[in-house]
Design a protein around this ligand. Structure first.
Ligand code: AMP
Ligand code: GLY
Length: 425
């Protein structure tokens, strides 16, 4: 089969590597890809939201399966674009249709979905510029900290957590009246604050059947001890030690099953990955958010642990036969550590030469933000390279990732050295 993966990050590198290892894969293309992906697939310089460019590429290369990495094209309707095109409609796309992608594209939609299907989540109300005064009153009824969420996609920046009531009111006003996050904050969801420990749960679905992938925990803050600004993710660990089978039974019965059944009941067509952001509060799981894709950097630990043929799994999703798949998972723990550009997640420079990757042994190297420039691999993003390792537990795996990280160099390189600090084994 000829397969196209859309995206250019570490997530897509990890997915592409697994696809490239399948005997079912003839040719593998990634659009637009990165310097690391270029070693295992053909990169095509087409953007993930350039649907006409994607169409041309799919027809030219005889693509049999499309796997969508990031959320943007899904929320923009790339799957629907294929279904509405006579030449493309028979080509399977892994990723939900637009109506279902609203689970990530609109926080209000996701909250209403959870309410309708009795899925445990934080209490909330949503507000627009017309109901600003009601929003103030709602904030006054809550205890701090206050959680304000822009309804739409805001590049991961649309959630504010504030300790002070006056500050929360000022931010609500700025989101609703001054378009702080553009049109994404025309509606704002205000939520009850949940105090607990977070984890990510990944579900594959064909629309009726589902399979749960290994859990993962990512480290979002830039600074050690989970301090400083939020990033796309500084590293991840799988499995999550505190997500034992009793906890995962609750996740499955209270959250995963009602989510997949709810999608079906609501007629929301979903063939793809469901990323459920969970928080464990007093021993019980609640949903923080849905994403309609895999997590990054969680994919860099979850997908390497998958022993089954990923192409077979993806085809079973597309064909509605996921119930016939028995997912084989590597028992070992996996960790990934992300090297980022100096300054990230604020301003940073690109184009720094990356050296030393060839000396890395016993780990997988996934490129997140890199490109080839005059024969050299250079930085091309905030998150640059993730180093994934296995071990009998996450501590052993982390040791290997950290040893190999020392061999990697670029100007301004930074990584967190304390992953797993919050987990007891
Ligand atoms: P989201 O974009 O919805 O994942 O939110 C970003 C981050 O904000 C989450 O990963 C949590 O750390 C935090 N967060 C979101 N909602 C809540 C909540 N209701 N209570 C506590 N923390 C939250
Ligand atoms: N690592 C979190 C995310 O992919 O959204």
């Amino acid at each position: 089969m000829n397969i196209l993966v859309l995206g250019s990050g570490g997530r897509e590198h990890a997915i592409a590597l697994k696809i490239s290892q399948s005997p079912k894969t003839t040719k593998l293309f990634v659009a637009p890809g990165n310097a690391g992906i270029a070693a295992i697939a053909t990169n095509i310089p087409v953007g993930v939201n350039d649907f006409d460019g994607i169409k041309e590429l799919v027809l030219r290369e005889g693509i049999d399966l499309v796997v969508v990495g990031p959320e943007d094209p899904l929320v923009n309707g790339v799957h629907d674009f294929f279904l509405n095109d006579a030449l493309l409609k028979s080509i399977p796309v892994i990723g939900p249709q637009k109506a279902a992608a609203a689970l990530e594209g609109s926080k209000e939609f996701a909250k209403e979905f959870m309410m309708r299907h009795n899925i445990p989540t934080a209490a909330y109300e949503s507000f627009t510029s017309e109901s600003l005064e009601k929003g103030y009153a709602f904030l006054e009824s809550l205890k701090p900290p206050y959680v304000l969420k822009a309804d739409g996609l805001a590049a991961g920046k649309g959630v504010l957590i504030l300790k002070d009531l006056d500050e929360a009111k000022a931010e609500l006003k700025s989101m609703l009246l001054d378009s702080k996050f553009g049109s994404a904050s025309a509606t704002v969801v205000i939520e009850e604050f949940l105090d607990g420990i977070e984890l990510s749960c990944f579900v594959l679905t064909d629309g009726s059947n589902y399979k749960i992938l290994p859990t993962a925990k990512d480290y979002k803050r830039i600074g050690e001890g989970d301090t400083g600004l939020n990033t796309g993710g500084m590293g991840a660990i799988s499995p999550v030690p505190f997500a034992n089978s009793a906890f995962m039974d609750m996740v499955e019965s209270r959250i995963v099953k009602p989510t997949v059944e709810g999608l079906k009941k609501d007629d929301l067509p979903y063939v793809g990955f469901i990323f459920i952001g969970l928080i464990k509060v007093d021993g019980e799981p609640k949903v923080i958010e849905y994403n309609v894709r895999m997590g990054d950097p969680e994919t860099e630990v979850v997908i390497p642990r998958l022993k089954s043929d990923l192409v077979e799994v993806l085809m079973a999703m597309a064909n509605g036969t996921l119930d016939q798949i028995d997912l084989q998972i590597d028992e070992r723990a996996a960790t990934t550590v992300m090297a980022v550009s100096g300054g990230y997640p604020e301003e940073y420079e690109k184009g720094k030469e990356i050296t030393g990757a060839e000396n890395i042994e016993g780990s997988l190297v996934f490129h997140a933000g890199t490109k080839l420039q005059e024969g050299k691999v250079v930085t091309n993003g905030g998150r640059v390279i993730a180093i994934t390792s296995f071990g009998k537990d996450f501590k052993e795996a982390l040791k290997t990732s950290y040893q190999n990280m020392e061999k990697l160099h670029f100007d301004g390189m930074y990584y967190r050295k304390d992953l797993g600090f919050d987990l007891d084994v």
